[in-house]
Ligand binder design. Structure first.
Ligand code: ATP
Length: 240
């Protein structure tokens, strides 16, 4: 299978702290990959380097075989990377549809924007709220709106940082259904603490611990991995 995203020796040091250290990561096209690990393991830092939000201290990022390490974030979006982060990027004073249109225009032009907006909103179940002010949505719906903003860019790679955090049970079930529907079409990299989401959705799981890859495998393999269990039980992780 074609590798869509890869990193080699990717590291980030913050004033002596090795937040990410020598990560070699390969994500085949079409896969749903979960990135898990105890709090502070380096998950957000790793993904931020993949997106171009922060520069690595060492190492490279490849997208479709091309070295994109020096490419700014907006150019990575043009290549088909979309992402949502823990901190919401929704414009509260704009309508739901306007928020998605802004995101769509980062990659699409003209007549392609409106159908992409409607399709993305329909996928997350927010089409009937298109004209509502985004700030009036519940927190859970704002998270779904962010996913719609990513989807509207017709991404090749969709990166979601803790998408189910703060969602109600019913909203988590909707999120799972959405990812199942996207699976196979869109390559997805999911940072997630909710283990039922991880175990049900991921084709494979990468476990980070102290900035390094501790284990990688199918949900069953990771579930049975003694080192992973030790990292979780010994760590400060609380929400698994
Ligand atoms: N800008 C920064 N400056 C200094 N230290 C940082 C910075 N960003 C992250 N760190 C540190 O790097 C380490 C990895 O943080 P990161 O947020 O990537 O972990 P994480 O696995 O995403 O954690 P969580 O599950 O809590 O979100 C932590 O020790 C964190 O305090």
């Amino acid at each position: 299978m074609t590798t869509l995203l890869a990193t080699r020796g990717l590291s980030k040091h913050f004033a002596g702290l090795r937040a990410v250290e020598g990560v070699d990561f390969d994500l085949p096209q079409g896969e749903v990959r979960a990135l898990i690990g105890p709090n502070g393991a380096g998950k957000t830092t790793l993904v931020s380097m993949i997106c171009g939000r922060i520069a690595p201290s060492e190492g490279q990022v490849f997208f479709e075989g091309r070295d994109i390490t020096a490419l700014p974030a907006h150019k990575r979006i043009m290549l088909g990377m979309a992402y949502t982060f823990q901190i919401t990027s929704v414009f509260a004073g704009l309508s739901v549809g306007e928020n998605v249109a802004l995101a769509a225009r980062r990659r699409l032009k003209g007549a392609k924007v409106t159908p992409a907006v409607d399709d993305a909103l329909a996928r997350v179940g927010l089409l009937d709220r298109k004209t509502q002010e985004a700030g009036d949505l519940s927190y859970g719906h704002q998270r779904l709106l962010e996913i719609a903003m990513g989807l509207a860019q017709s991404p090749r790679l969709l990166i979601l940082d803790e998408p189910t955090q703060g969602l109600a049970e019913g909203e988590i079930a909707e999120f799972k259904a959405l990812i199942r529907e996207l699976a196979g079409k869109t390559t997805i990299l999911l940072i997630e603490h909710n283990m039922s989401v991880v175990m049900e959705l991921a084709d494979r799981i990468t476990v980070l611990n102290f900035g390094e890859v501790l284990a990688e495998g199918t949900p069953a393999e990771i579930h049975a991995n003694g080192a992973v269990q030790t990292a979780y039980l010994g760590g400060t992780h609380a929400s698994a």
